[in-house]
Write a protein that binds this ligand. Structure first.
Ligand code: FAD
Ligand code: NAI
Length: 475
């Protein structure tokens, strides 16, 4: 016997569970299917983000930041500490508790919004009159029929060819968040977002971290000036970053993991570490969806092919989040989930890809929105740039964290803000002002004329906007 719904969402990561809630708010009868299991085998909605991504990584970054402050910063405040230590098991238990709070919170929200939750793997069976039959294989087997289906099945870590993750020695993001002790030597393949965040966690706790990156430039997608500033800070902290390498054979033995690679000069090298994290990007996840059987189109990367509005090639089937094109970010997945629910309701759901912020939660943090200087130059767009350092900001000095800067890029003729780039303390929060400004198509003069609280880190953004017109006040 079928259970029928207006909308069936497959996947309860940030794309799926938010789509389900928005659809329920709009009056639809909604089912949400998710396969993730907690350690007891129970449901753990929230996807990669909640279970092995955004949330646990930020919990560990917070713990390790406290440790680093205690080890290196508190003495300057006159605070003395004896016998500083780190209990990694406790740190991991706190992280697990934060994850569970989020799992439980999502289950509560689904229930509150009357979304029917099914714990198991959802797969397409066939087109039926008025929609799609979806089978759920989980604690119990169910057959559902939905008028519309939203695929939000996310992504999984990409492994090096011939080197599957064993999560003991060769780790994906999953194992990297579960290391039970501080390794003496940690290797990372890929100096992207995960590599830098995970590398920061363990470096702060005393690990010697070496990052092997294939590209000759550091953080190629980031504004060059900001990437250079960040690179300088990371190297000063002791992170060893090797650019332009070619990783070869990886061997796991008693002495640890050895990674053969050619360095940027083409010289053969070997890195030996206790653990190796491979963070070379993620691949869209469609396993078990039975996509081919119903003709759901995937591209050569395995991503579900969608149009600008997240419609797939099948009638009434949509896809959002990491499983489709675009940046693999939780907030991008959420925005698409909301927009699709609204489109199904006949509304004009909209996602502005130009104002999706990026944040890398290292210290210093890196954040940006809009275009970089190199993109503007490549497009031949005339622009003016203004930047301002945290070094000249009273709040940053009082905090004891003056690394970095804010840079504002504005159209040379209209002064419309085209991009804002930040590296420094708490820029993960400061970037929101730039996103609001760009969403309202503000000019740099708009930010420059807005009153910012003193003393605050946000004054750096105002000063950078003033600097576009060469009239910064405090530098
Ligand atoms: P997912 O979160 O991957 O969720 C998909 C869900 O679908 C999963 O629960 C999966 O089990 C389920 N599923 C898959 N197939 C089926 C099926 N057939 N049936 C039922 N269920 C199925 N992004 C940020 O914006 N900020 C960050 O700070 C950040 N940090 C990150 C840190 C790490 C270490 C990692 C790995 C990622 C991070 N990300 C971050 C990226 C973010 O996690 C993803 O962009 C986001 O989770 C994508 O959401 P989604 O809903 O598309 O997919
Ligand atoms: P990434 O795409 O950010 O970085 C991968 C890096 O690995 C690149 O620099 C690439 O040049 C390099 N690389 C690829 N193949 C290589 C090889 N064979 N040898 C050496 N280097 C190689 O991918 P990452 O770090 O795995 O993260 C995946 C995604 O997860 C991110 O792109 C992001 O979308 C999301 N994420 C977001 C976070 C945030 O918003 N704060 C945090 C963590 C992840």
């Amino acid at each position: 016997m079928y259970k029928t719904f207006d909308i069936i969402v497959i996947g309860a990561g940030p794309g799926g569970y938010i789509a389900a809630i928005r659809a329920a708010q709009l009056g639809f009868k909604v089912a949400c299917i998710d396969a993730w299991k907690n350690s007891a085998g129970g449901p753990a909605p929230g996807g990669t983000c909640t279970n092995v991504g955004c949330i646990p990584s930020k919990a560990l970054l917070q713990s390790s930041e406290h440790y680093a402050h205690a080890a290196h910063s508190l003495a300057a405040h006159g605070i003395g500490l004896k016998d500083l230590s780190i209990d990694v098991r406790k740190m991991l238990a706190r992280k697990d508790a934060v994850v569970k709070q989020n799992n439980d919170g999502i289950l509560f929200l689904l229930k509150k919004n009357k979304v029917s939750f099914f714990h198991g793997r959802g797969s397409f069976v066939k087109a039926v009159e008025g929609g799609w039959e979806i089978a759920v294989h989980g604690t119990a087997s169910e057959s559902l029929v939905g008028g519309q289906v939203i695929v939000a099945t996310g992504s999984s870590a990409r492994a090096l060819p011939g080197l599957p993750f064993d999560e003991e020695n060769v780790l994906s993001n999953d194992g990297a968040l579960r290391m039970g002790a501080v390794p003496a030597r940690l290797g990372l393949v890929g100096s992207g977002v995960i590599g830098l965040e995970m590398g920061s966690v363990w470096r702060r706790l005393g690990t010697q971290v070496t990052v092997l990156e294939a590209l000759p430039t550091f953080l190629g997608a980031v504004d060059e000036q900001i990437a250079k500033e960040a690179h300088k800070a990371f190297v000063k902290q002791g992170l060893k970053i090797e650019l332009g390498v070619k990783v070869g054979a990886v061997k796991v033995g008693r002495g640890g993991v050895s990674v053969a690679y050619d360095d940027a000069q083409g010289q053969a090298q070997t890195l030996t570490v206790d653990r190796l994290i491979v963070s070379i990007g993620r691949v869209p996840h469609t396993e078990g969806l039975n996509a081919h059987a119903v003709g759901l189109r995937l591209d050569e990367r395995g991503a579900v092919v969608v149009d600008d509005e997240c419609r797939t090639n099948l009638p009434g089937v949509w896809a959002v989040g990491d499983v489709v094109r675009g940046p693999m970010l939780a907030h991008k997945a959420e925005e698409e989930g909301v927009a699709v629910a609204e489109r199904i309701a006949g509304q004009h759901g909209h996602v502005d890809f130009n104002t999706i912020p990026w944040v890398i939660y290292t210290s210093p943090e890196i954040a940006w929105v809009g275009q970089t200087e190199q993109q503007l130059k490549a497009a031949g767009r005339a622009y003016r740039a203004g930047s301002f350092p945290f070094l000249a900001n009273g709040r940053a000095r009082a905090l004891g964290d003056t690394t970095g800067m804010v840079k504002v890029l504005a159209d040379a003729a209209s002064d419309e803000i085209l991009g804002v780039h930040m590296v420094g303390p708490q820029v993960s929060e400061l970037i929101a002002e730039a996103v609001v400004a760009m969403s309202f198509r503000a000019s740099s003069e708009d930010i420059a004329r807005i009153c910012h609280a003193h003393p605050s880190l946000a004054e750096v953004t105002k000063e950078a906007a003033l600097a576009v017109d060469k009239r910064a006040l405090n530098f």
